[in-house]
Design a protein around this ligand. Structure first.
Ligand code: PMT
Length: 418
């Protein structure tokens, strides 16, 4: 485990870099696929969340079950399944780094051409994280000008190369073409991940969950927000180096590591906490479902059923997002304001229109509009159907896990902060 020959300090740094990172291991069909098993094991033991995708040819050398056993995760081998998601898109979203090991001459050629005719190549076309390739092939194939040209083009696009090494090849020949050793690949991945902290030094405020507006000591006006969306964004922002304050309404979720959590109950309490934190924040992300109305007054004592239905008058709560959007002095100059829009529209075109409307009405820089009318999107679900709108246009994210939506949102934010 770790980088052979490296100091104990460096090994500890490698483990920190890999901890909890989503690593996509793309295995193509060569004898070196057996070394990819060791790579998968090392990455997993170092704390990486290793997801493997294999070509059909790779499965002739090593079974998918071996990788599943070593990583504890299912292995993707098919482009078309019965699952509600395209497996390669789900695999690619939120990935911290992808490594192609072994990368055959054919795999490099497909990557260069942008082909997507199997789960392996479709995943590589979908990832937006750094990509590392560890080529392995016969020396003649490595020396061929086509392979050289493909690698040059991939490197131009930012793909990083590790190996190949010289030594004895499967053909019995000696030459360049052996896949780099797993420890060397682990070390390269760790340094790539150390660079992938694109919110380093940024202050991020995230709101989550629903507010509860009391009617009496036991009853309130509230909504069905679980807090998951906001918590997931907070975790993603912290993972990418942000100093995150999470302002949360009542919830049953474990706080993400490395995040300061401020607990609030009502819209007024949330406003106070948000305004305080927003003053020096680089980005404020309002995923909370703040109640729009609260009772004019609430009883200090439990209202008795026998007294009949209470007459409850409501007044609007403060619109925190709109206040931040219309009062620049409340925020750090140059900071970003991100709102959410909970809509019952499923049609992405209509969702986009509503997102653009809310962008204007709230004075936000980005609006994530998500559909809240069905079981698989919005309140309490693991997934969300969403679009992200900015003054530059609308990106349709589709139906994805909240992890994937958080990653896409943080990608957009990091890009704009740059
Ligand atoms: O928590 P989960 O179960 O994971 O569900 C996630 C979610 C569906 C709650 C989340 O993805 C979401 O859509 N959050 C925003 C819900 C909402 O209040 O939407 P809205 O369209 O009513 O409000 C628009 C924006 O104004 C939101 O950013 C909201 O935080 C903000 N707002 C609203 C009212 C108010 N008084 N103050 C506000 O700041």
């Amino acid at each position: 485990m770790g980088s052979e020959g490296s100091s104990p300090d460096r090994q500890a740094q490698v483990a920190v870099a890999l901890q909890g990172k989503k690593v996509i291991l793309c295995v193509s069909g060569g004898i070196a696929a057996y070394k990819a098993v060791y790579l998968a094991r090392s990455l997993t033991l170092l704390g990486g969340d290793v997801r493997v995708v294999m070509t059909e040819a790779a499965q002739r050398f090593v079974g998918a079950q071996t990788f599943a056993g070593v990583t504890g995760n299912p292995v993707v081998t098919e482009l078309f399944t019965d699952a509600p998601f395209a497996p390669h898109v789900e695999l690619a979203r939120g990935a911290d780094v992808a490594v192609v090991a072994p990368a055959t001459a054919n795999a490099l050629a497909k990557m260069t051409a942008g082909l997507a005719d199997d789960a392996f190549s479709a995943t590589l076309l979908s990832v937006r994280c750094p990509v590392v390739v560890a080529p392995a092939m016969h020396a003649e194939m490595w020396d061929h000008p086509a392979t050289g040209a493909n690698l040059a083009e991939l490197e131009r696009r930012g793909v990083m190369l590790v190996g190949p090494d010289a030594g004895s090849l499967m053909s019995g020949d000696e030459g360049v073409g052996r896949m780099a050793e797993p420890d060397e690949i682990v070390a390269v991945l760790a340094s790539v991940l150390e660079q992938a902290r694109d919110l380093e030094g940024r202050r991020v405020v995230v709101t989550a969950g629903g507010t509860q507006e009391p009617i009496d000591p036991v009853r309130f006006i509230g909504n069905r927000s679980s807090g998951l969306m906001g918590f997931t964004i907070a975790r993603e922002a912290a993972r990418r180096g942000g100093k995150v304050t999470l302002i949360a309404g009542p919830h049953n979720l474990a706080p993400p590591g490395g995040v300061d959590v401020v607990s609030v109950g009502t819209a007024d309490e949330m406003r106070e906490a948000v305004l305080q934190a927003a003053a020096d924040a680089d980005v404020v992300i309002k995923a909370a479902a703040v109640a729009d109305f609260k009772p004019v007054q609430h009883s200090d004592r439990k209202l008795k059923k026998a007294a009949g239905p209470p007459d409850i008058s409501l007044v609007p709560t403060p619109d925190i997002l709109a206040e931040l959007g219309s009062t620049p002095s409340l925020r750090k100059p140059g900071s970003l304001l991100v709102g959410f829009a909970a809509e019952t529209e499923q049609d992405p075109r209509r969702l986009s229109e509503l997102a653009v409307e809310k962008l204007r009405s709230k004075g936000a820089d980005l609006i994530v509009a998500n559909e809240v009318g069905s079981n698989d999107s919005g309140f309490g679900s693991r997934t969300n159907r969403a679009v992200i709108a900015s003054s530059e246009g609308v990106a349709d994210i589709g139906l994805v896990t909240k992890d994937a939506l958080a990653a896409a949102l943080v990608d957009t934010i990091a890009e704009r902060l740059r």
